[in-house]
Write a protein that binds this ligand. Structure first.
Ligand code: ARG
Length: 415
């Protein structure tokens, strides 16, 4: 588990309005994406399951698809930040380089001797070269020529990883999440993704653009992933609890968001603990102020435990109640519309698997979606939602759609 970088908030307010995210659908102004790179080239049929990909993507095509995704967002006036570039920028700070090197070198794997040699090698690298290793890892074969003999090195296969690659960095949704004007560094559940948050942590700590950004959630270690966090309305959060976010993660996040005044209600929503529904956003995303697109198979059996402050410093848990009712009540609306995809069970299951329910709202009633989910997209359009289609034949092999691949940093308020 990575220790969070201690972050001291400056008393001086940032010039201009600070970025903030209060909803899922407020007009998107700034978003963090990650253009996939050499880390995807590390995937093989032997390691793809462990690295959470369902196949071996064609990397050049994945990059083209991602460039098109970023292009669609830019064409709608969204500022796109790329994690790789922002990482390099942050690594210009010596403290960021120390934190990055510390996170990448695993003494349990390398032993003290080789770990020391690798640390001193990485510490001497320029920000660009270090960023490449932090994201795409390093094999034993690629290690610099070490002083003296290393049994560890001799006994490993040349292609074994001395530093693991992070192919799931593509899914920026999961490794940090903004609530109001604060950012929470999450705690990722799967071993293949654990180190991603060391990178988001150092970006938000040392990138000059984020020097004034406060933190939410603090140094909690209970698993919480951004794909499980939905900002249903200002002050109303839903948190999926399933394969990734645990009950402890949901409770810690709820307590800290309520105590910090970032929310008045947090809905903890149990979801099936399986790969197809690894996050709440694989079955439900918001497409308008009062509307969601939802996998029909869960529509009537999702429920929620509403968590609120009890008025004396603690929290009160109520429910369980049907999710759609609990959400509407917390949001202060009569009902939360569900775009009825009206699909037969097999088509619905296929399109859910291909992230049909995982849309990214660019504004109310305007979403980015994978083009392959023909039926779901048609139903969204029939319901009056504008759909910006992108192709995801290669991107989708990591099992994530437009919402998973984006971390909103700034959205205009809903009026
Ligand atoms: N927010 C999301 N649904 N993210 C999808 C993440 C996919 C990634 N391969 C994983 O298994 O972790």
């Amino acid at each position: 588990m990575t220790a969070h970088i201690e972050h001291t908030q400056s008393a001086t307010p940032a010039p201009g309005p600070a970025p903030r995210v209060d909803s899922e659908v407020g007009p998107l102004r700034t978003v963090l994406l990650h253009r996939p790179g050499a880390e995807l080239k590390r995937l093989t049929p032997r390691n793809n399951d462990q690295l959470l990909f369902d196949g071996v993507p064609w990397v050049d095509r994945a990059q083209e698809e991602h460039d098109a995704f970023a292009g669609v967002l830019r064409s709608r006036g969204v500022e796109v930040l790329l994690l790789g570039d922002e990482l390099v920028r942050a690594l210009h700070d010596d403290r960021a380089r120390i934190a990055g090197v510390h996170s990448a070198v695993d003494e349990r794997r390398l032993g003290i001797h080789l770990a020391d040699a690798l640390r001193s090698h990485l510490s001497g690298l320029a920000p660009e070269a270090l960023a490449t290793i932090l994201t795409s890892g390093m094999t034993f074969e690629e290690l610099p020529a070490a002083e003296g003999a290393s049994l560890v090195r001799r006994m490993h296969q040349p292609g074994d990883f001395a530093v693991d690659p992070l192919p799931n960095l593509l899914f920026t949704r999961d490794s940090s999440v903004w609530v109001g004007d604060r950012v929470a560094i999450t705690s990722l559940a799967m071993p293949a993704r654990g180190r991603e948050t060391a990178l988001t942590d150092l970006i938000y700590a040392y990138h000059p653009r984020f020097a004034k950004t406060g933190r939410a959630y603090g140094a909690h270690s209970a698993p919480l992933e951004g794909g499980d966090v939905l900002l249903l309305a200002p002050g109303v959060l839903a948190i999926g609890v399933g394969e990734r976010t645990t009950p402890a993660g949901a409770e810690s996040f709820a307590r800290s968001a309520l105590a910090d005044g970032l929310a008045h209600t947090v809905l903890a929503v149990p979801i099936a603990q399986q790969r197809a529904t690894m996050h709440l956003d694989t079955v439900c995303t918001m497409v308008d102020r009062d509307a969601v697109v939802m996998y029909p198979a869960v529509r009537d059996n999702l429920f929620a435990y509403p968590v609120r402050q009890d008025g004396s410093g603690g929290v009160r848990v109520s429910g369980p109640s049907p999710f759609l009712e609990a959400a509407a009540e917390a949001m202060g609306i009569d009902r939360l519309r569900v775009i009825d995809t009206g699909l037969d069970a097999v088509t619905a299951e296929r399109e859910q698997w291909d992230d049909g329910n995982n849309t990214l709202a660019v504004g109310p009633g305007l979403v980015v979606a994978y083009e392959r989910n023909v039926e779901t997209n048609a139903r969204l359009e029939e319901a009056g939602v504008e759909v910006l289609r992108i192709s995801g034949s290669e991107l989708g092999s990591g099992r994530g759609g437009p919402r998973c691949m984006s971390c909103p940093i700034d959205r205009a308020p809903l009026v």
